[in-house]
Design a protein around this ligand. Sequence first.
Ligand code: HEM
Ligand SMILES: [Cu+2]
Length: 651
Amino acid sequence: MTFERIPVTGTASPDYRQRLATIWETESGILGWFSSVDHKEIGIRYIVTAFVFLVLGGIEALIMRAQLARPNETLLTPEQYDQLFSMHGMTMIFLYAMPILSGFSNYLWPLLLGARDMAFPRVNALSYWLYVAAGIFMYTGFAMGAGPNDGWFNYVPYANKEFNPGLNMDFYALGMIFLGISTTVGSINFVVTFLRLRAPGMSINRVPIMIWGTLTASAANILVVPSVSLAFFMLWLDRNFGTHFFDVAAGGQPLLWQHLFWIFAHPWVYAIVLPAMGMVSDALPVFCRRPLVGYTAVVLSTLATMTLGFGVWVHHMFATGLPTLALSFFSGVSIIIAIPSAVAVFAWTLTIWLGRPVITTAFLFFASMIVLFVIGGVSGFMTGSVPVDWQLTDTYFVVAHIHYVLIGINLFPVMGALYFWFPKFTGKMLGEKLGMASFWTMFIGFNVAFLPMHLTGLLGMPRRVYTYPAHMGWDTLNMITTIGAFVLAIGVLLTFVNVLVSLRQGRAAGANPWDAPTLEWSVPSPPPPYNFAVLPTVASRHPLWEQRLGEGHGTSSLEEGLILDHARETIGTTALDSEPDVILKMPFDSPAPFVLTLGISAVFAGLLIPSRLWPLTAVGCLVTVAAILIWLWPERGLGQTVQPPSEEPAS
Ligand code: HEM
Ligand SMILES: [Cu+2]
């Protein structure tokens, strides 16, 4: 071993726990709140913030649906509609769907892996603050009547200064680069945490599938976010400094925008579904009282989906006049992706089939995802085929498809995950009666809203239009869709009510209310600030089910393990076999990530009108540098050579 200090093995005595609690606790009060780097705190904040954005995006959607309920409606002007559908898409995709999964992952990863925090707790806090700030930044534009108004895909030349002279696109372009920093640092944190912080014995074939989902999504983010950041940077230069990247008249290339955007945005679709699929793969089996069928196949299919996912972006560009040979290739790959997705669907179905499912709200949300995923998959198959897509593209069929995919395999599993992990987060159970009511209202409302949209699309109603003439055969279908949308919204609301009620008077949950097999259920609910008193040693994929399954011969050790209490410490392990390797010193709380975010926000605000606001940018740069200095200031307590206390055995 490469330890400078040999860690002690033992069990957790009460005063050892007490010592850990003092070391790990976040200071109370407002300063503590802005300084906390605890992954659980950050995870909850991510989840709450993302749900706030879900509500905002949902309200935007309902206003649109009110406008579209009847032909020739004049509730909204075309410009208002443009901003609403752009903000809705952008909010749902970038400020809800991805961050909500980051929230669950932030909270759950260290617990699932048997660690005390993420690899870089301060970076974790930074990614949260940057996300909030970028969200506020883009919504500031909207509040000023200058929100993005060319769709979340933001095609040039509509987005060029010539056709869009306001600040709308500058808010969006800068906001996206801003948010990209958050995503990138967050993703790097996940990858390093995966490589170094798994409990001793958790070799890569014992990692929960949710970890694989977030890991592949993070790896993808690191590869593709630069593409979209570059695109938005070029757009910002075109708009503010007279460059001509996307200007045909000067030899620029509008299609370049679409390539750079979709090289990012298609894999992004997997980034917002693979972690959700992972949550289902881990949680669904708990209710079936048996392990997931085909662990290895599902892990490999996760990796395969992501890998193929990089190669299909052109299916969003079938109608742009690219050479047919290219179209055939991208169409082929798009359709092949159905294979790994089907592997996951078969694994879940078989798990239910072979198990004895306990029907709870969480189970229903997870099981319904299978149905919705199949429907979304079939329509995806259709739009993946070039000649069919030529008919369907830019009709409501596509709107139906994206919502089956996004709501079906992001929102539904997220709701399920909320019912499943809420007891761990809060120590309280969510109510089952309200839960069931919420599920059925959502499920029925969703299908009433979006199933008929396939027909509306087949009948030729174009998407992104703010109204339509009467007697095209679309009137009734649109009215049904709008009613369904409101029912769906009521269903979501019921879960929020459930959360509020349960926080006050929910039934106490206990450590493991679902009798689940993974490590997060081995600690109290909610977990103590240090997560694990002794660091667990893992001998199988289901440490808490070993007795029952005869797996790993019951040799995981959760009561006795490494004792680390010299400061904030956790154990670093090797990448493949997870052998203990080093004692990692974790940072203390610090306001630096928050201050850094303020600095970066000022920089971006200044760049909105670069010619006039440069002093703001300059101040922002100074604050940023100062915050980095505070962040990096050497702290004695972090050194690996810190003096060991006296109980260290002489070995
Ligand atoms: C109550 C639930 C929802 C309703 C009623 C709804 C409704 C709509 C409507 C009316 C549009 C505009 C269609 C058009 O004019 O082309 C739209 C677009 C869109 N929605 Fe939703 N939506 C809902 C939830 C969601 C969720 C949860 C997500 C993602 C997680 C999402 C993602 C999108 C995206 C990406 C677009 C495309 C925007 C664009 O074309 O620029 N929606 N939705
Ligand atoms: Cu795609």
